[in-house]
Unconditional design. Structure first.
Ligand code: LLP
Length: 415
């Protein structure tokens, strides 16, 4: 298993976490290669019909070593910037397995992606389509596209990661699909190949997916009747993971995949799926050391060396991440508010968390931090940028070194 105690010590695969922390220093992100491979393998085996493609959402964790590991397993990529596209290509993901999403693709980004002949542009607006047509024509090319359709479905997730409601900035309304596809078909620099949808992230129920798949199916029928060749259905990502012990479990990957198959397989399209969190989320820990135990007037604070600059999710989305001690206790516990060193009250990882009695220097592991962790880290308060470590069986390697304060300061220049 990925992260388990052996003789009271937390291990990542076959390496004690304490050994890594003492060699690399804390805080640090720790990923299990085995867990990522296993999870991607499950995706690949569930989406295994002719031409189906798992395009890993690079934004969730874009470390080159992670991308390379996925590339070796045949992953495609969903990218949202030229930078992510460059990362995916550099990691060996072929351009014809890369889809480009995002509401604000710029001229240089489109040009770069067209030069590389990527698999698909997921177009999110009419001005974007117009721009893409113009650039493609100037390069003597045709851009392969799907429109991202906004189906006005409530994904029932946190409002900041809901993307499929009509008030969200994403996609074009389903009600205007006929008109927009007809226009796209008239543009010589554009080649329509499919339909795209992504209604949000961290979905914990099947029903919104089911509604989205039905919408995709109905639109495929409609657009085909209108003479469009629809051969690709990109169903987005969004499958949630279980962050909180005891909270309702999200649908399993098997359930999610069979729902997609049941509703979409009869259409005979190539299905693209863009998972991020559900591939890497559970495969990562944020390891941190206790700096002080501070007894306040009303609460006991565990002040740790990881902060909201390292893992933003709790302060940005009130997200819950389980926390466990790296050395298991003897059963006796104490309630702590687990907080970081950053000068903001929002720099809080947990309130009233029962943990073994801890003291300065002890290590903690913040769970499910493999997705939207390191990628959203910053050096706020000029804390060094958190390093990343990959463990594979008995070996571990630093896959992004800590960016030290001197290096961060050197980014600035005098007037
Ligand atoms: N495809 C598109 C077009 C997306 O925008 C996203 C995520 C994905 C796929 C992957 O979704 P996933 O399978 O990871 O749910 N920072 C937030 C999550 C933002 C998700 C943005 N888009 C968080 O920490 O919860």
């Amino acid at each position: 298993m990925t992260f388990l105690y052996r003789e009271q010590q937390l291990y990542s695969e076959n390496v004690p976490v304490e050994k890594i922390a003492s060699q690399v220093g804390t805080p640090l992100y720790l990923y299990s290669a085995g867990a990522i491979r296993r999870r991607f393998g499950e995706y690949a085996s569930h989406f295994n019909s002719e031409g189906s493609l798992v395009c890993y959402a690079v934004k969730a964790n874009s470390n080159q070593a992670v991308l390379r590991l996925l590339a070796a397993l045949g992953a495609g990529a969903d990218v949202v910037s030229e930078g992510e596209l460059k990362r995916a290509l550099a990691a060996g993901i072929p351009a014809d397995r890369i889809v480009f999403s995002g509401v604000g693709k710029t001229v240089p980004e489109m040009t770069f992606a067209l030069e590389r002949d990527i698999l698909q542009f997921n177009v999110e607006s009419e001005p974007e389509l117009e721009q893409l047509n113009r650039i493609a024509l100037s390069m003597g090319k045709q851009a392969p596209i799907a429109f991202r359709i906004n189906p006005d479905i409530d994904a029932r997730t946190h409002r900041k990661i809901t993307t499929g409601k009509s008030e969200n900035k994403f996609g074009v309304p389903a009600s205007r699909a006929s008109e927009i596809y007809a226009w796209a078909a008239s543009l010589p620099g554009i080649r329509i190949q499919g339909i795209d949808m992504h209604i949000g992230s961290q979905l914990t129920e099947s029903e919104p997916f089911e509604q989205a798949f039905h919408c995709l199916r109905d639109l495929t029928h409609l657009l085909r009747e209108q003479g469009h060749e629809i051969t690709v259905l990109d169903i987005g990502g969004g499958l949630g993971i279980s962050y909180e012990d005891g909270a309702p479990e999200p649908p399993s990957l098997a359930e999610y995949a069979s729902l997609a198959r049941e509703i979409l397989a009869p259409l005979g399209c190539r299905v693209i799926v863009e998972p991020g969190r559900s591939v890497v989320g559970e495969a990562g820990l944020l390891i941190s050391r206790v700096i002080y135990v501070k007894q306040g007037e009303k609460r006991r604070f565990l002040i740790i060396d990881a902060g909201m600059n390292d893992l933003l999710r709790p302060s940005l989305y009130d997200a819950h991440h389980e926390i466990m001690p790296v050395r298991a206790g003897n059963g006796e516990t104490c309630l702590y508010d687990v907080v970081g060193p950053i000068c903001e009250t929002g720099d809080t990882f947990a309130l009233n968390k029962a943990l073994p009695l801890l003291e300065s220097g002890d290590l903690l592991a913040i769970k499910n931090a493999g997705a939207y962790g390191a990628v959203m880290a910053s050096f706020y308060n000029t804390h060094p940028l958190v390093p990343e470590v990959l463990v594979d069986d008995c070996e571990f390697r630093v896959i992004r070194a800590r960016l030290e304060a001197e290096q961060i300061i050197a980014f600035d220049s005098d007037f």
